[in-house]
Structures are given as C-alpha cells and as structure tokens.
Design a protein around this ligand. Structure first.
Ligand code: CP
Ligand code: NVA
Length: 301
C-alpha cells in the first residue's frame, strides 16, 4: 500500500523529524534538481484555498513535476462514480493525490483504495500539513526543542485536532483555551492524552491557557462549511480573542501564530497580527517547503 499522509499520526516521531530535516533541505535548495520530473500530482479541491493551493502548485513546479487542479465540477468524487473507482483510475495517471475536502472519511477511503500516496490538504477533522509547517516555523525561530508551551485559543477545530495529533508524538505543553461548547474532537483528544507524551490541558480561562506560553495560536472561530454558525461562535468565543492584554501574560518572547486566513478584529486584533510577536507570514511561507518535503517523503517510501 502506498504511504499516505492523512493525519500526522500516520508518521512515527522519527519520521516527523525526518520530514522537518527534509523541509530544511527543501528551503535551502539542498536537494537533487527536479526530483518530480515526469511526474504529475493531482490536487483536488472541494473548498476554497489560497495558501494550500498555491504552495502545492508552486512546490510541484519547483520540484520539476506537473500539478493538476481538480475541482468537484470535474470529478464529483463519490457521486459520479465511487471513491474506490476514482482512486484506482487516478492512481494510473498520477504520482500523488492531494485532496482538500469536507469529510475526513472520504480522504481515508481514497487513501485506502489508491495505489499512490494521498496527502490531506485539510478536512473538517484535521489539517496536518499546516501544523507540521507551523512546528517547523517554531523550530526556526526558537531552535530544536521539544518542551514548548503552546496555547491554542478559540474554536476547537481541525487545527486544534492536528496540534493534538502532533502532541501525541512530540512532547509539549498543549493548552487549549476554549468554551465548553467548542472543544476539539473527543476521540483525538482522548488518544493524545493516552499517548502520555505531552501535557494536554483544556480550560475555559484564556488567561490560564496563555500564562508563560512560548506560542499563542489561534484560528477563525467559524471554519469553512460552518459560516452559518459564525454569530453563535462569536458569542461563545469573544473572550478568547488574541489581543495585547492576553499576550502580556505569555513569555516575553512569545510567538503568535495563525494558519490564516484571519478574520482580523475577531479572533485576533490588528495590533497583535501586525506586531513584533507575529510570525503568521513565516508560517504561510513554510507551507511551500513542508508540502514539498511531505510529497517527497511519501513518494519515496
Ligand atoms: N492555511 C491554509 O490552509 O490556507 P488556505 O485555506 O488559504 O489554503
Ligand atoms: N479551520 C479553518 C482552517 C483554514 C486553513 C477552516 O477549516 O476553515
């Protein structure tokens, strides 16, 4: 079976560090020229994207391959034909399939039946490429360590779930500040806790979450596909806004992260997003390199 990347926990901890090493090489240009020459990567998008789409397409081009942008209109995955059949057919043309969609189980099914690696570019459940890129960004800024306190404030969503997956492999203090109604996925939370690798804490008190944090991370309060819940989420989450008052409680050199796109003035203020602690555009830049590393890793297993 091909080596897919559907969740961070598809990798071992050693493999995660291997991907970070490869990412560093990709960023420095220390790799053989055009390793994807003659190869095509299908990029399936059922949701909007700036960073993921452009970084995959540019990354594939930089590695000498061809990228194909495929939307619901072309393939109607699981509707026009079964996911199983589509997986088999796509595997006859492509070296790798990247997919961004709603249902996580669709991606699992695609990976199960494809003969080439399937890379998850975001589902409602997780966003694994993002969090590997973000941890790489943290290492670049703070050096290779595995004892950071990461405070995640806001909606317990695909980003939170992916942090939990990473915390089940790499030791950290992962504190989630969120409302009782907006917690992360229960199964992923339970698994991350039972891995006993990291200290994982949930609190309704944003001040407690950010105290002495090395990183404050936030994301939109209403994810794609949930925009109808925006008002309700705003009501529940307004005390978790990342602002100067909360930032003062973290470590003096605390980094502020956001996967983007941001809804400025909601989950994060302009002052913080544009301030000296923010590394949000470094995170966006590193998506390019981490994606190249993940594809190269998956194709060569
Ligand atoms: N962070 C991220 O995945 O951005 P896009 O939704 O624009 O791809
Ligand atoms: N949680 C957000 C992340 C976007 C990159 C969403 O799913 O819309």
């Amino acid at each position: 079976m091909a080596r897919s990347f559907v969740q961070i926990t598809d990798l071992s901890v050693d493999e995660v560090w291997e991907v970070f090493d490869l990412c560093e090489k990709m960023k420095k240009g220390e790799i053989a020229p055009k390793p994807f020459a003659g190869k095509s990567v299908g990029c399936i998008f059922h949701k909007a994207s700036l960073r993921t789409r452009i970084s995959f397409e540019v990354g594939i081009h930089q590695l000498g391959g061809q990228s194909l942008y495929i939307t619901e209109k072309e393939i109607s995955l699981g509707v026009r034909e079964s996911i199983n059949d589509a997986a088999k057919v796509l595997s006859r043309y492509l070296a790798t399939i990247m997919i961004r969609t709603f249902s996580h189980s669709d991606v699992e099914e695609l990976a199960e039946h494809a003969d080439v690696p399937v890379i998850n570019g975001l589902t409602d459940l997780v966003h694994p490429c993002q969090i590997l890129g973000d941890y790489f960004t943290l290492l670049e800024h703070r050096g290779r360590r595995d004892d950071f306190k990461i405070a995640y404030l806001g909606d317990g969503n695909n980003i939170t779930n992916s942090w939990l997956n990473l915390a089940s492999l790499i030791p950290m203090k992962f504190w989630i500040g969120t409302a009782a109604e907006t917690g992360p996925d229960e199964t992923i939370l339970k698994k991350a806790k039972s891995a006993r690798v990291s200290e994982i804490m949930l609190t309704n008190d944003p001040k407690e979450a950010v105290a002495e944090a090395d990183v404050i991370y936030t994301d939109v309060w209403a994810s794609m596909g949930q925009k109808d819940k925006a008002e309700e989420k705003t009501r529940l989450l307004k005390q978790y806004q990342v602002n100067d008052a909360l930032l003062k409680l973290a470590k003096p050199d605390c980094l502020v992260m956001h996967c983007l796109p941001a809804e400025r003035g909601r989950e994060i203020t302009d002052e913080v997003m544009d301030g000296p602690h923010s590394v949000v555009f470094d995170e966006a830049e590193n998506r390019l390199h981490i994606q190249k590393a993940i594809m190269d890793f998956a194709m060569n297993r």
